[in-house]
Write a protein that binds this ligand. Structure first.
Ligand code: PSU
Ligand code: MN
Length: 302
C-alpha cells in the first residue's frame, strides 16, 4: 500500500473529478519565517478555494506522505525547525525512517502525481545557481519538470539563480516554459527578467488546450507556467540584484553549500530588503495559487 494519505476533502474532490491544486511545504518550513509562513499558507489555500478548487498542501508527517493538511498539522509543521527539506533524492528516505519533512517542488510533484493531482502552485522553482559552472549546483526541480506530468505555476525562477542558464537547461530537458499574460519571463520578485519567455498564454483555457494537445501527442513531463507578481508588489530587478550580490558574497564567505543555499539566501534577502521581499513573496504565491486554481477549474470543466 502506498504510504500516501489524502485528506477527506482532497479525496472527495479527486473521486468526483473536481479541481484540486497541490501546494508545497518547503516554502513553509524553509522559505519564510514563523508566523508569516503559516499565515501565507492559509492565504494560499484560501486563494485556491476562492476560485472553486480544493487545496492540497503536501508534506511528509512521521513518514506518511500527507496530501491535504488540516490546520493543526500545518501550524505544527510551520513551527518545527528541524524538519528535512525533501527532494527526489530523499523523499523515500523520510518515509522509510518515519520522519517529518517538507516537500520541495520536485518532491511535491512526485507526491501530487501519485495522488492524481496535475496542477501545482508555488512561489519560485529551484534552478541553476549562479556559479554553477564551478559548484554544479542545479536544483533537482528541473529534472523533475522533465519527467513528472504536473503543471507547475510559479513566479519564475528566483533572481538568486542564473536565470538564463535555468532557461537553457529547461529547454534542453524539453520543458515548456510559458509566461502568463506577457512576453517577458518574470523573475520572482520582479515582473521582468529581461528575457523573453519561450511560450505565452493569456488565459487558463489556453493553457488547458495546450496541456490537452501535449497529452494527445503522448508527451510526458511537466509544464512550467510563470505568472508575474502583481505590479503593486514587485521589486524591480535592478534593486533586487544589489541585495542578491550582497547575500551571495556573504553566503560564499560563510561557506553555505548544498540544500542550505536557497533558504539561507532567502532569509538574508528578507533582512536586506527590510521585509519587502517577504511581502512580495507572499503576494506572488497567493496570486499563483489563484491562477493554478483557475487552470484546475478549466481542466475539470472539459
Ligand atoms: N522559493 C521560495 N522559497 C522556497 C523555495 C522556493 O520562495 O523555500 C524552495 C522550493 O521548495 C524549491 C526549493 O523547490 O526551494 C529549491 O531548493 P534547491 O535549490 O535546494 O533544489
Ligand atoms: Mn541545490
Amino acid at each position: 500500500m502506498l504510504p500516501l494519505v489524502l485528506s477527506d476533502d482532497v479525496a472527495a474532490a479527486l473521486a468526483a473529478k473536481r479541481p484540486v491544486v497541490a501546494l508545497e511545504s518547503t516554502i513553509v518550513t524553509h522559505g519564510m519565517p514563523w508566523p508569516d509562513n503559516v499565515e501565507t499558507a492559509r492565504r494560499v489555500e484560501a486563494a485556491v478555494r476562492e476560485v472553486g478548487a480544493v487545496p492540497a498542501t503536501i508534506a511528509v508527517i512521521d513518514g506518511v506522505i500527507r496530501v491535504g493538511l488540516d490546520d493543526a498539522t500545518l501550524t505544527a509543521l510551520a513551527q518545527t525547525t528541524d524538519v528535512m527539506k525533501l527532494s527526489r533524492a530523499d523523499l523515500a528516505y523520510a518515509v522509510a525512517r518515519g520522519v517529518t519533512g517538507s516537500t520541495t517542488v520536485a518532491a511535491t510533484m512526485i507526491a501530487a502525481h501519485l495522488a492524481g493531482i496535475s496542477v501545482f502552485a508555488t512561489g519560485g522553482i529551484g534552478g541553476v545557481h549562479r556559479g554553477a559552472e564551478l559548484s554544479f549546483d542545479i536544483s533537482a526541480d528541473l529534472q523533475e519538470l522533465a519527467r513528472t506530468p504536473v503543471t507547475v505555476v510559479c513566479a519564475g525562477a528566483k533572481a538568486i539563480l542564473d536565470i538564463p542558464k535555468t532557461l537553457e537547461v529547461l529547454e534542453t530537458l524539453g520543458v515548456p516554459v510559458m509566461a502568463f499574460g506577457q512576453d517577458a519571463l518574470p523573475a520572482f520578485w520582479s515582473r521582468d527578467s529581461g528575457l523573453t519567455a519561450p511560450l505565452r498564454a493569456d488565459t487558463p483555457e489556453e493553457i488547458v488546450t495546450f496541456l490537452d494537445t501535449r497529452k494527445t501527442l503522448s508527451m510526458g513531463g511537466g509544464v512550467l507556467v510563470t505568472h508575474p507578481v502583481a505590479a503593486e508588489h514587485e521589486i524591480p530587478l535592478s534593486e533586487m540584484n544589489r541585495h542578491i550580490e550582497t547575500a551571495l558574497a556573504e553566503a560564499h564567505t560563510a561557506g553555505v553549500t548544498g540544500k542550505d543555499v536557497t533558504p539561507w539566501l532567502l532569509s538574508r534577502i528578507v533582512e536586506l530588503t527590510d521585509g519587502r521581499s517577504l511581502a512580495c513573496n507572499q503576494a506572488l504565491i497567493v496570486g499563483n495559487a489563484g491562477l493554478a486554481g483557475q487552470i484546475a477549474v478549466a481542466q475539470s470543466a472539459r
